[in-house]
Design a protein. Structure first.
Length: 129
C-alpha cells in the first residue's frame, strides 16, 4: 500500500495558517505605526488601531479554521477532507498554487481516499473490474 499523504496535507494547511497569521500581524503593525513616518492625529491613530485589531481578528478566525481542518484530517474525518479540498482549491488561484496543487493531488490519491473511507462510484458499481 502506498504511503498515505493526508499527514502532508495537514502540514500544508498548517503552513498556510501560519502564513495568514504572519500577514495579519504585519498589516496590523504597519497600520498602527505608519511606514513613512507621517504623524497621525489621535482620531486617526484610534481608527488605525481598530482596523488593525479587526484585521488581526479576521485572520485569527482563518487560522483557527485551518487548525480545525488540520485536526480533522489527522482524525480522518470526512468533513475535514471536503473542507481541505475547498481551502486548497481556493488557494489554487493564488501564488500558493504549487502547494495547493500538491495538496489536492494528495487528497484525491487512492491511498488517501481509502484512509478516509471514500470510494468512487465506478469502484462501487457492479460489473466493474
Amino acid at each position: 500500500m502506498k504511503k498515505e499523504r493526508f499527514g502532508e496535507i495537514a502540514l500544508h494547511l498548517l503552513s498556510a495558517a501560519t502564513a495568514y497569521f504572519v500577514v495579519a500581524r504585519v498589516f496590523a503593525y504597519s497600520s498602527i505605526s505608519p511606514l513613512f513616518g507621517a504623524s497621525l492625529s489621535t482620531t486617526e491613530q484610534l481608527g488605525s488601531a481598530a482596523g488593525a485589531l479587526t484585521m488581526t481578528a479576521f485572520f485569527g478566525v482563518i487560522v483557527g479554521f485551518y487548525q480545525l481542518v488540520a485536526y480533522g484530517l489527522r482524525r480522518r474525518k470526512f468533513w475535514a477532507w471536503v473542507a481541505a479540498l475547498c481551502v486548497l482549491g481556493a488557494h489554487a488561484m493564488s501564488l500558493y498554487l504549487p502547494v495547493a496543487a500538491f495538496g489536492i493531488w494528495g487528497l484525491v490519491s487512492r491511498s488517501t481516499r481509502d484512509a478516509f473511507g471514500i470510494q468512487l462510484r465506478a469502484e462501487n458499481s457492479p460489473g466493474t473490474t
